[in-house]
Write a protein that binds this ligand. Sequence first.
Ligand SMILES: [Zn+2]
Length: 472
Amino acid sequence: MKKFRDFSKWFDEVLFNAEIMDNRYPVKGFSVYKAWGARISRKITSMLEEQLEATGHDPMLFPVVISEEDFQKEAEHIAGFSAEVFWITHAGKRRLQKRMLLRPTSETAMYPMFTYWIRSHADLPLRIFQSVCVYRYETKATRPLFRMREFLWNEAHTAHKNWEAAEKQVETALKIYNAVFERLGLSYYVLKRPDFDKFAGAEYSIAFDAWNPDGKVNQIGTVHNLGENFAQAFGITYEDMDGTHRNVTQTCYGLGISRTLAAVIAQHGDDHGLILPPEIAPVQVVVIPIPYKGAEEKIAAYAKEVYEKIKAAGLRVHLDDGDKTPGEKYYYWEMLGVPVRAEVGPRDLNERQVTLSERTTLKRSTVAFDETVSAIERLFQKITTELAERSRLTLKKMTVDAKETETLKKAIKERKIARICWCEDESCAEKIKEETGGEIRGHRVDTEEKPESPCIVCGKKAEKVVYVARAY
Ligand SMILES: [Zn+2]
């Protein structure tokens, strides 16, 4: 498959031809979402927002600018982000007395406000989220959707009475993200990052690393327990039942909408283009009339009837009665990844049936007119399951065990994800990076894996089974 041979080229072609993005915007690292890409992104966002609201999170919208003073309150945080910050230094010709920055993430925009909102234990827990763009001056090569200087994400921030309550919130956050990614049919590893790779200012970080055809894992979501680090820096305290003042314990988590869209495209797409899970497809069914000499009007009328029937059932359906040939229409809607195509030709008219084609396998089947909607709904189920299953198998095939450095080198070179045993020493991780180009991404939190051999680098006792891959 082309996408495994030359992923970069395949991906750029799909983005352009499937009308996801136009990358000709004249500022490097910034791009334009076209209608199809914007609609899919909105579907992913609302799927996530519904889950967040159902679990006690409130939507809010914070300003894009942050004061330098607030940004610099948490030492580790600023150390982690300052190299990537876009500064606002001028207003017109006038140099600003106090610089501002565009949010690279919103901790330092939100937490000064938390100090006004949190006074007593009755104000906790506080759980909020926003779906916005954030800005990071990436110095690595930018890549549409994967690594941009402006990207869409959803970030949630919570405050709790103590560590235990924050730990429970981390569990909830992992469940929410798992639910969203599973509905999209994505496959990934949920990894606790090594200490040296945690979010700047966090106690620990857990990340979702999705597989990608080029072997570089794609971090689509992260969940952090911030402990009391930011509470201390910003003075976010509450009065407990016994009258004492305590720091809150915080968590935050972010889901990259752009990167999740990239994962959907990369994991499910094929040589014909995009394949969309029915749940997020802007058009779930496209009805295409196949004209036949002398029966053009009858076929057009029947196609309209089929379209109206599917529409009445509440499915997102489009009737393509334009002037292109049926073949050109097939090609176009396959590229856009529409899950089901309903063809209406002379034979369908005579038999009062509909021919359905599945985007995953391109298989065709015919159903009686009255059965159309239930047959399509069954196909949606089937396609959703098939996509998830295919993706899961690919991740499995991509993952290999490595016990010696040579095997590890070979695995990374062959664009695989390697599972290795590691002593937890940072110098061994650095050696791996230098020699193979792969990074230790962390150990699984959804299942326990015990090291059964020594550290792959130093030969000392291994503490963790970890996953190594190149990464975006
Ligand atoms: Zn070691």
